[in-house]
Structure formats: structure tokens, C-alpha cells
Write a protein that binds this ligand. Structure first.
Ligand code: GLY
Length: 422
């Protein structure tokens, strides 16, 4: 090889190496983009659809077998969770979790457009209709908002609208102007005079909606007052939340700051932090009032920077339990939080990317480490949620609301990713 030929050969070899190197870089960056971008939307929607079909099938099998009433004689209508022995637990429409199965079916309809999901969602939604007159719980927002509310958003069915307006009317019967809040529970009246729980923030969405569609400001006025009372009374200096605030109905003063589902009165029950984050983010969306955005941002800071939050971002059931001691996680808290963070990021441009990355990483953890095996867990999508640890109830099991907020978060992420790519 003469000098000239050697030069051409070496230049060609270098170019070849350069081209191969460029391909490696491109491949690596596309892999890491995929990783940073979180889980694959269509794969998870397909998987979730297969699971929810199975859950509906298993629900109907139980009902057809004649086991269709609970101990109080109420008709069982939808799935709630798995019992410790792996059997499926169904609940009546009165249960606070009743809206999440129809809600999940509506989300499947929203994501796929398939008529099959619409008809399933309609069937299970209608089973809850009687609850529109219920005035013994604050949970109507969860129950009716996720079922009829989601259905109305997707179909515009005027019958759903009427059910929702009546539900909002029933909910505001629980408002006490002296306290400035909606009463959460009627149970444990020996302990609490007027308990208001942080979870109640979630039920306000139904009230904001009702004011918008009826033009009557009463619903949103109550919702704003409730949120202000909750902001002033549920939060500690570090922006963690108490679970239950008990008020005096004559003076409106706080009597007790308690927990019901957390580790102890001064602890930060994981799902309570998630409800507060989601609830105040939604209340900011509905009102534009800066105080609600500020608290939501502080709650997110508390949650995301907590030293006991595991690396995979799925919290223990309470932030105050000792990490690494085998305490159960609460996947539901992570699902609610992920969904809330996607929305919160859209209100705080400087933190949008940070929240998006955290929420996407939470979804990736759920999809990779905490989901059911295909065809497993009777059709629930996710495992490892914790309902009420102090009562040893629903510990480390699949629970319907984890699936609902997981699906909602997936949709929010997909919309954000699509708009970022345009
Ligand atoms: N709202 C009741 C709970 O989160 O368990």
C-alpha cells in the first residue's frame, strides 16, 4: 500500500468508526429518552384493558352465583379489592370506592374509543344512581364524580348531568357555616364532634362542576370555604397533613388533630398527603387562587424530598414508618401523586420538567415492579396498596382506586408528551 492509498484507507476507516460511533450515540440517547420518558402508554392501556375485562368477568361470576348481597342486605355491584386469601371483594354502591371501577372503564373508553368500554362503563355507572340522594357521607365526589362525572364528560348524556347535580345538592347538606367545612364522617361520634378529613378535598371537584353547569355559585362558594378551612387547619409547619381535624360545631374551634388511618396523630399518612396534593392542585385549577397553588407546591416538596421516600418513589403506607423494616407500601398514594404532579407541573413552568420526571418515574415503577402478572390478581392492574393498616384491613393488596388514578395519570402523561412533541 503506497502512502496515498494508506491515507485513503485510514480516512475511510476513521469515517467508518465515526459513523458507527454516531449510531451508538443515537441508539443510546433514544434508549435513555425512552427510559426518561417513562412507560409505554399503548402497552399499558392494552394490558389494563385485558385486566379490567377479567375483573368485570369475575365480578359477574360472583353476582351470578347468588352471592350478591352484603351482611347489611345491600346489593353488591362493583369490585373493591382482593381479600387476604386472594378472593375478589365486591361492594355495594354506598361504599366510598364504588365509583372507581366504572371510572376506570370510562378511562378505557376515553383512551381507546372502543364501544365495548362505553357499554361496560354505562352498565356499572348506572348501578350507582341511587346514591345521588345519599347525605350520610362526604364521599359523593369520589363515587359520582368518577362514574357519572367521567361519563358526562365523555358522552354529554343529560341524564348523567341530572344525577350529578342532585349528588352535589346532597353533598352540600353536610356543610356547616360555623365550621366552614363539609362534615366527612358520621361514625365514631363518641370521639369526634365534627370530623373533617384531608381526603375530603377530593370531593370538592363535584361542587365546582355543579356551579359551572347550573350557574348557581353556592356549590363553589362552599368548596372554596372548605378548602380554606382545610388549608388553615390540616397542615403542619413542614407542610405535612393531619388526617382528621375535629371541630366544635358551636364555636367552630378545633377540638382534636387526629389520625384514623395513619401511624399516629403526628405522622404523615401517605395517602393523606396524596389526597391533599391532588385536592389543592384541582382547587387551584378551578379557582385560580394563588393560596391553593402555594400549598400544593409545598405539599409536593414535602412528599418528594422526604428522606423516607424509597428510591423507586412508591411510599410506605405512612412517611413516619421505619424504612427497610418490611412495612408495606401504598401504591395508591403513588398513583394519586403521579396524576396530581402532571397537573401541578402545568401551573408552575419552572418545575414542569421536574414534576414530569418524578411522576413518570413513579409510573415506571408501578408498571415495572408493582403491576399484576397478566391474568393475575383477579384482573386488578396494580398490586401492593394499603387501605387501613392500623385496622389491619386491605394491607398490601390490589385496590380499585390505585388502578383508577394510575390510568388517569397515564392519560395525563400521554397528553403532555403529545403536546410537547408538537
Ligand atoms: N378516603 C379514604 C381512604 O383514602 O382510605
Amino acid at each position: 500500500m503506497n502512502a496515498k492509498t494508506r491515507l485513503v484507507f485510514l480516512t475511510g476507516k476513521r469515517s467508518f468508526i465515526l459513523i458507527v460511533w454516531m449510531f451508538i450515540c443515537l441508539f443510546a440517547s433514544s434508549c435513555s429518552m425512552k427510559k426518561n420518558n417513562g412507560p409505554d402508554f399503548s402497552e399499558l392501556v392494552t394490558f389494563s384493558g385485558q385486566q379490567l375485562e377479567l375483573l368485570a368477568e369475575n365480578t359477574e361470576k360472583i353476582l351470578e352465583s347468588g352471592n350478591n348481597v352484603n351482611r347489611q342486605g345491600r346489593l353488591l355491584v362493583v369490585p373493591r379489592n382482593l381479600n387476604e386469601d386472594g378472593t375478589l371483594r365486591l361492594i355495594p354502591s354506598r361504599d366510598w370506592v364504588s365509583g372507581f371501577f366504572p371510572g376506570s372503564l370510562w378511562l378505557m373508553y376515553q383512551y381507546t374509543g372502543l364501544p365495548r368500554w362505553k357499554s361496560l362503563a354505562e352498565k356499572y355507572t348506572l348501578r350507582l344512581e341511587n346514591e345521588k340522594y345519599t347525605t350520610t357521607t362526604h364521599d359523593l365526589g369520589f363515587m359520582m364524580g368518577c362514574s357519572f362525572g367521567k361519563g358526562y364528560e365523555l358522552t354529554g348524556n343529560p341524564a348523567y348531568r341530572d344525577v350529578l347535580i342532585q349528588s352535589a345538592r346532597s353533598l352540600i347538606t353536610r356543610y356547616n357555616p360555623v365550621v366552614g367545612a363539609i362534615r366527612s364522617w358520621d361514625h365514631n361520634s363518641d370521639k369526634w364532634q365534627y370530623p373533617v378529613i384531608i381526603d375530603n378535598m377530593m370531593n370538592l371537584e363535584l361542587l365546582f362542576w355543579a356551579s359551572r353547569v347550573t350557574g348557581d355559585p353556592i356549590f363553589s362558594e362552599i368548596a372554596v370555604k372548605h378548602a380554606q378551612t382545610s388549608l388553615a387547619s390540616h397542615y403542619r409547619n413542614d407542610f405535612s397533613s393531619y388526617h382528621v381535624i375535629d371541630f366544635d360545631t358551636i364555636t367552630g374551634e378545633i377540638r382534636n388533630k387526629h389520625t384514623h388511618q395513619g401511624l399516629h396523630h403526628e405522622s404523615a399518612w401517605a395517602r393523606g398527603q396524596a389526597w391533599g396534593l391532588y385536592g389543592f392542585t384541582m382547587t387551584y385549577r378551578e379557582t385560580g387562587m394563588a393560596e391553593f397553588l402555594n400549598i400544593a407546591e409545598r405539599i409536593a416538596d414535602f412528599y418528594l424530598s422526604h428522606p423516607n421516600l424509597p428510591e423507586d418513589l412508591i411510599p410506605y403506607w405512612d412517611f413516619n414508618v421505619e424504612p427497610g423494616q418490611g412495612e408495606p407500601r401504598d401504591v395508591s398514594a403513588a398513583a394519586i401523586t403521579a396524576s396530581a404532579l402532571f397537573e401541578l407541573g402545568s401551573f408552575i413552568p419552572g418545575k414542569k420538567q421536574f414534576y414530569h420526571e418524578k411522576a413518570s418515574a413513579m409510573l415506571a415503577s408501578m408498571a415495572n415492579k408493582y403491576r399484576s402478572a397478566p391474568g393475575g390478581n383477579q384482573g386488578f392492574i396494580l398490586a401492593h396498596s394499603t387501605g387501613h393498616k392500623p385496622h389491619n384491613s386491605e394491607v398490601d393488596v390490589p385496590i380499585m382506586y390505585a388502578d383508577y388514578y394510575f390510568l388517569e395519570a397515564l392519560g395525563r402523561k400521554n397528553n403532555l408528551d403529545k403536546s410537547n412533541n408538537n
